[in-house]
Design a protein around this ligand. Sequence first.
Ligand code: SF4
Length: 392
Amino acid sequence: MMQEGNQKDFFTLGLYVHVPFCSSTCDFCAFYQERPSKKKIESYFLGLKKELAGLILDRPLDTVFIGGGTPGLLKADELDLLCGLILDHGLREGVEWTIELAPNEVTVEKLKVLKKNGVNRLSLGVQTFDSQLMNALGRKHGPEKVFKAYDLIRNMNFESVNLDLIFGIPHQSLSLWESDMQQAVELAPHHLSTYCLTFEEDTAMYYRLAKGELSIDPEREAEFYERAWAYLPEKGYTQYEVSNYALEGYACKHNLNTWKMNEWIGIGPSASSQYQNKRWKNPSNLEKWIIGVDAGFSQSDYEEFKRLSNTDLAEDAVLFGLRMNQGINLNAIGERFQISNKYFDDLSHFFEMLSNEGLANYSNDMISLTSEGRIRADAIATEIPVQEEHRA
Ligand code: SF4
């Protein structure tokens, strides 16, 4: 069995920095975000400095991800400051360093600052190239902004560029979805993320759904998924997770680190961490977060806090691992998290059953979902056996 101390040698470590500001709220968005003001941004940076200064890590960072909110809403000098704070912590050579940008906020000045500091992966929130669908999402940019921002980014020669697309938008036909994918592929990014629109509570879209102005059609959603799973690999983008595709060598290491249940630290309001067998979430509120940072967070200051047993980690490694096309190696998970023989057998029987139903491929301890299984991934997730101590 792998000992706890040795595990660190192969765990990668990620840093996530949450920038919680958005100038307006997209109609589908349920994320915590705030309207920016000079005072709020100043307070945010004071909090960031303190939170990052108090961070003591046991090894260099393998990945950094600046997300939001809208990180691109920060000015060039603020981005420079943010990058400087991150650079004060050890970054491993070859670090993957991503920032999310919305097309409206991309400028040459900001890109130069990011490049100078070592950011090497840009993730551009396209969502759709169709103006009407863009309006339906409550987004403020049109396709011409996307093309302009993309040109600026590519001219700066960042190592990797991702485009985010959304499907399942009300009134989006399959041919419009194909057209979005085709236009994205023509831009030749290194990576594509494709998300199914969800109707989260307390969003403008949810209220329109509740009023009967919009409807959900799960079968239509499945068709959108399947169209992407067929189309993008044909164009050279290998699918490596339910929603993610990449040219060879460009899978997102930061996300893989999370799905493999390694370790990550989240900085900023609402950011989550998993480190040294604990998982916690910072308050989703700028003021509460600053109070916590100033006082030094105690468990009760966090929005969520949990000590993680090997059991917790093993269950999540199975759950998230199945979202990846490569699937999971049951023996490796068993060894890494020292799961009981009884639980190993329960999992093994469950996956044999899925295999018999055509929902999973199960051979040589490797288990992955078939296309049919991936369509039903959420339902399967609720059926995965849990260990004895977690049964209700
Ligand atoms: S930009 Fe992102 S975080 Fe901000 S409102 Fe839109 S979807 Fe939400």
